[in-house]
Design a protein around this ligand. Structure first.
Ligand code: HEM
Ligand SMILES: *[C@@H]1O[C@H](CO)[C@@H](O)[C@H](O)[C@H]1NC(C)=O
Ligand SMILES: *[C@@H]1O[C@H](CO)[C@@H](O)[C@H](O)[C@H]1NC(C)=O
Ligand SMILES: *[C@@H]1O[C@H](CO)[C@@H](O)[C@H](O)[C@H]1NC(C)=O
Ligand SMILES: *[C@@H]1O[C@H](CO)[C@@H](O)[C@H](O)[C@H]1NC(C)=O
Length: 340
């Protein structure tokens, strides 16, 4: 009998470093997967040609991922019998879309460089590409994020803001992530592209703050248009444009807010509900370059949010790696004398 007790200790995801912001680097994949950024860009571009709205839908994913326990692709995990994921959280159900675009990028990356590029990084690259392909600014992204081992529907429900939110609430929420009032207003400018559902605005059209009246901060002609699109007790899944140029990333969104033509209450409140955010809306409505620079700064800060939890590089963005295929088992050989 061996005097050594050989223990095989399976340690889940041991190679997983702690995910810290200091890990993030420019050119993180330049040696291990030099074609990564091009692969993602091509997939986003191809999907945008096929379905223009997908650019907006994909860039929104960064916000909903990063606010809930950091940018760790927790958002992308499907529910399992033991875990309620974030896809069915209040702000995400019947609303977030284009998950299959991220899957497509992941599949191509797995063919080119298996188990190298994290889903969390794909979301960051995809959001950047979606903005640039829509006519917005371009910027370099830091990479090296890890994918979470779990997700939290409860945290998403607690954190993600409602379209009814007022400016004060949004200022405080963003502040809790060290994001400034400028970051809040600039990042809300992402509503320069995409659409939202009637479900998200009917209270505003017919019963703002329980008054039984519409939001007074709405241009009457625009309100007529929205009343027609979203009749009381109509189909909540019908969608309308978030600004007058929903496929172009520009400062039209801010011009619309100044003209009381904001779609969501959480948009219009930035102009109508607070003097500080209102001044920034006015500035961005006049100066697209100022908007673009503030937006890039906000996106970089948003992308820096990290959970500090261990992670891995998933093979499939929808599921945590199975221990057997993770390649992250370690075999520890322990001397039994030392154990006593
Ligand atoms: C400031 C707080 C925010 C609130 C309250 C908010 C809320 C919403 C709501 C309610 C919708 C429409 C959902 C629906 O009706 O199905 C939406 C759409 C969208 N949001 Fe936000 N959002 C906020 C900030 C952001 C940020 C920071 C980003 C990105 C960095 C973003 C990107 C988008 C995009 C691109 C869409 C359109 C998506 C599509 O067409 O599929 N939002 N947002
Ligand atoms: C803003 O919303 C919060 C939370 O819903 C609420 O408590 C507060 O009274 C509102 N503030 C204003 C100025 O309406
Ligand atoms: C915000 O900054 C403070 C001070 O630097 C830090 O302790 C805190 O963890 C940060 N919060 C977030 C959510 O990053
Ligand atoms: C408007 O909202 C208030 C408070 O939420 C509610 O009591 C009232 O019944 C609503 N009115 C209508 C017409 O739906
Ligand atoms: C939208 O459609 C989904 C699925 O088709 C349905 O479950 C949901 O209730 C609808 N939502 C609204 C607000 O009508």
């Amino acid at each position: 009998m061996s005097q050594f007790l050989v223990l095989l200790v399976a340690v889940l995801a041991v190679d997983a470093a702690m995910a810290s912001a200091s890990r993030l680097q420019y050119g993180y994949y330049s040696q291990t997967c030099p074609q990564a950024e091009k692969i993602v860009r091509d997939v986003i571009g191809r999907n945008r040609m096929r379905e223009p709205r997908s650019a907006a839908s994909v860039m929104r994913l960064q916000f909903h991922d990063c606010f809930v326990n950091g940018c760790d692709a927790s958002l992308l995990l499907d529910d399992t019998p033991n875990m309620l994921g974030e896809k069915l959280a209040l702000s995400n159900i019947n609303s977030l879309r284009s998950y299959q675009v991220i899957d497509e990028a992941k599949e191509e990356l797995e063919l080119a460089c298996p188990s190298v590029v994290s889903c969390a990084d794909i979301l960051i690259m995809a959001a950047r590409d979606a903005v640039e392909l829509s006519g917005g600014p371009c910027w370099e992204v830091k990479l090296g994020r890890l994918d979470s081992l779990t997700a939290s529907q409860e945290d998403s429900n607690r954190i993600m803001p409602s379209p009814r939110a007022n400016a004060t609430y949004l200022i405080d929420l963003f502040k809790s992530f060290n994001l400034s009032i400028t970051d809040l207003v600039a990042l809300s400018g992402s509503h320069s592209i995409g659409q939202a559902r009637c479900f998200s605005i009917v209270f505003r059209l017919y019963n703002q703050s329980g008054t039984g009246r519409p939001d007074p901060n709405m241009d009457p002609t625009y309100r007529k248009k929205l009343d027609h699109l979203c009749p009381l007790s109509g189909d909540g899944n019908v969608t309308g444009d978030l600004d007058a140029t929903p496929r172009v990333f520009d400062n039209q969104y801010f011009k619309d807010l100044v003209n009381l033509r904001g779609f969501l209450n959480s948009d219009q409140t930035l102009f109508s509900g607070n003097a500080l955010t209102g001044e920034l809306v006015r500035r961005f409505s006049r100066d697209q370059q100022a908007f673009f620079s503030a937006f890039v700064e906000g996106m970089v800060k948003l992308g820096d949010l990290q959970s500090g939890q261990p992670g891995e590089v998933r093979k499939n963005c929808r599921v945590v790696n199975k221990p057997a295929e993770s390649g992250s088992y370690q075999v520890w050989v322990l001397n039994d004398k030392r154990m006593k």
